[in-house]
Write a new protein. Sequence first.
Length: 185
Amino acid sequence: MTKDDDTKESKKKTATKKPATKKSAESSKIKKLKKDVDNLKKELAEANDKYIRMAAEFNNFKKRSERDFVNLIENANRNLFIELLPIIDDFERSLNSDSAEKTKKNDKFFKEGINLIYQKLISTFKKQGLETLESIDTPFDPEFHEALMQIENKDKDSNIVLEEIQKGYLLKNKVIRHSKVVVNK
């Protein structure tokens, strides 16, 4: 073998070694890039999941805030109605008293005027969701009634409301004042 042959052969070996080394380097770069892509896909999926959860939490917060606001307004109205209920009681007592009958004889227009005011007040309350509890001849229910006393009436069933001392009221289907009643033993 000559020197030229040795040089040619050594170049051949180097040439065959370079592509193999080059391929393995490219292969490791590809593996690294694939791994990076997989990691980025995983991070993206986690970020999407986090975004979806945060959007759901925000929607829940928004609904809860709206519900709390409505409850706040209703409770404000509730307190107003509780303060005004004794006025209704006074109207009812004056309209149903003996002195109202005497006033009727003397001045029926006065009683009609009081009655119109009373009806207008009740109508306004009803528009706002106030309802009276109907208690007489209904079974006693502690959710709606407050028993002040018990008497015995053999003509009625046991545990039936016989008399209503003070009316009870509901505001938007929630009790704001229990009916004060007399219950059959």
